[in-house]
Design a protein around this ligand. Structure first.
Ligand code: GLN
Length: 493
């Protein structure tokens, strides 16, 4: 029997410590979470594929412990991994029919690093197809339900990872964030989720959406777990030339909740947006909590962030159109069996027509248009220029503050079906999150409260490039100050 009173509620850190101290075996932990997935996932639909070798991996960790070897910093910690990260020998679909049968011959660096540290990949989680979306409704395996209320979306695109974590089907999860896909689902599901500085985490083996914006990062139930997971997956990688060589601090050991004298910037443009009353109340409570602990609140201005959504949707779709060109049924991906003329073009057209869903097609068309000769200067190039200005604007804002705080989203989770037929409304959902991706800055969602209906709401923190240490410190301060936030549990568990 496990010595942790309730394994389901344990953090990654607690599980790791208990496994290392032989209070519970890694195999017992994995069996516990696998059983929860069997019991709960039929209601949530978070997992696309389960790892049949999870128990074997857990037994290997136990073997190391029995032999007196170091089992690693994540010994026996089960992980839910977004199905956008390649896993050797384990199906990786990007939640697309295009890759329905893809079994990668190698793993993403993130996955390799987790497993080398003793983590156990439990399974692959659902996402909006190719990470395009904000609700997880664009998934080939159907919508994912929010464990806080199954009529609501878990957010997206890392909605499966967020829902798996919120329903305690895994203690830790990995998502990716191109325009908000870690932070928004973390906010909708009551989790900590960090998009690291661009370059902090290797993109090797992560199916590319928009290469200049994509970053992987952890989602977890505490600041410390996020820190532990991020320090494990960060660092330069020979297979990703954009991964930074900068040193990775041992955040899990050095973070402290001291915010005395810290300057917290509130961008006036973010607060001028029409936002839900509950979001406004929760954000103000978080600001007051930091002020109580000695932080200095300063008003800042970021006039160009109003362009972040259009700039993002030009840059992201252009890069996506280019990255997704490889899925033509010949080199990669689903190949049609419905051929009449037998021409190469027919194979391409039908394969892509059958393999991609509506949202992915919409983005490929938008991106192809923005890159086409005659329009390139007006769209892609102009967007790249404004992107640079947005980055510069953040850098000058950080001269008068140390951390920027804002809502993650204008609203809590919305209902399944409510926005799926209005792409523009869905895109506008990304108003607070896309700017950090454009600027390459780190951003984090921290659970801060609930709506009147009882749905979680997070606040967003942003810091300078590679200043995740300060972000974790502020997150810890909020976590400690808003202790009651963590006491509530989703209805499903
Ligand atoms: N919601 C945004 C989009 O649809 C962000 C997606 C992401 O971060 N992967 O593009």
């Amino acid at each position: 029997m496990s010595q942790i009173s309730d394994l389901s509620q344990a953090t990654c850190t607690e599980i790791r410590d208990a496994v290392r101290a032989k209070k519970v075996s890694a195999l017992e932990v994995t069996k516990h979470f696998s059983a929860r997935i069997k019991a709960l996932d039929p209601k949530i639909n978070a997992f696309v594929t389960l790892n049949e070798k999870a128990e074997l991996a857990a037994s290997n960790v136990d073997g190391k412990i029995a032999r007196g070897e170091d089992p690693g910093a994540l010994a026996g910690v089960p992980m839910a991994v977004k199905d956008l990260l390649c896993t050797k020998g384990l199906k990786t679909t990007a939640s697309s029919k295009m890759l329905a049968n893809f079994i990668p011959p190698y793993s993403a660096t993130v996955v390799n690093r987790l497993e080398a540290a003793g983590a156990v990949t439990l399974g692959k989680t659902s996402l909006d197809e190719f990470a395009m979306g904000s609700s997880n409704e664009n998934a080939a395996t159907g919508p994912v339900k929010n464990p806080w209320d199954p009529e609501y979306v878990p957010g997206g695109s890392s909605g499966g990872s967020a829902a798996a974590l919120a329903a305690r089907m895994a203690p830790g999860a990995i998502g990716t964030d191109t325009g908000g896909s870690i932070r928004q689902p973390a906010s909708f599901c009551g989790l900590f989720g960090i998009k690291p500085t661009y370059g902090r985490v290797s993109r090797y083996g992560i199916i590319a959406f928009a290469s200049s914006l994509d970053q992987a990062g952890p989602m977890a139930h505490s600041t410390k777990d996020c820190a532990l997971l991020l320090e494990t997956i960060s660092g330069s990688c020979a297979y990703d030339s954009t991964s930074a060589t900068i040193e990775v601090p041992k955040w899990s050991e050095i973070i402290k909740d001291d915010v005395k004298g810290l300057r917290v910037g509130l961008p006036k443009e973010y607060f001028a947006e029409k936002m839900d009353g509950d979001v406004e109340r929760v954000t103000k409570e978080a600001i007051a909590a930091l002020k109580d602990r000695g932080a200095i609140i300063v008003d800042i201005t970021l006039p160009l962030v109003k362009h972040a959504v259009p700039v993002y949707y030009l840059v992201a779709t252009s890069e996506a159109a280019s990255n997704l060109a490889r899925y033509d049924g010949m080199r990669y991906g689903h190949r049609t069996s419905n051929i009449t003329t037998g021409s190469l073009e027919e194979v391409y057209t039908r394969s892509r027509g059958e393999g991609f869903g509506a949202e992915v097609k919409r983005r490929i068309m938008l991106g192809t248009y923005a890159l086409s000769s005659g329009y390139y200067d007006a769209y892609y190039q102009k967007a790249s220029q404004v992107r640079r200005l947005i980055r510069n604007e953040f850098l000058s804002a950080f001269e008068s503050c140390d951390v920027i705080l804002s809502p993650v989203c204008t609203s809590p989770a919305f209902k399944i079906g409510e926005r799926i037929n209005d792409p523009l409304e869905m895109y506008l959902n990304d108003i607070f999150t896309t700017s950090t991706n454009l600027a390459g800055l780190p951003g984090m969602s921290v659970p801060a409260g609930y709506s009147a209906k009882g749905l979680p709401i997070g606040v967003q923190l942003m810091t300078r490039h590679f200043d995740e240490t300060r972000m974790f410190n502020v997150s810890l301060a909020l976590e400690n100050a808003l202790g009651a936030v963590k006491a509530r549990r989703p209805h499903v568990i």
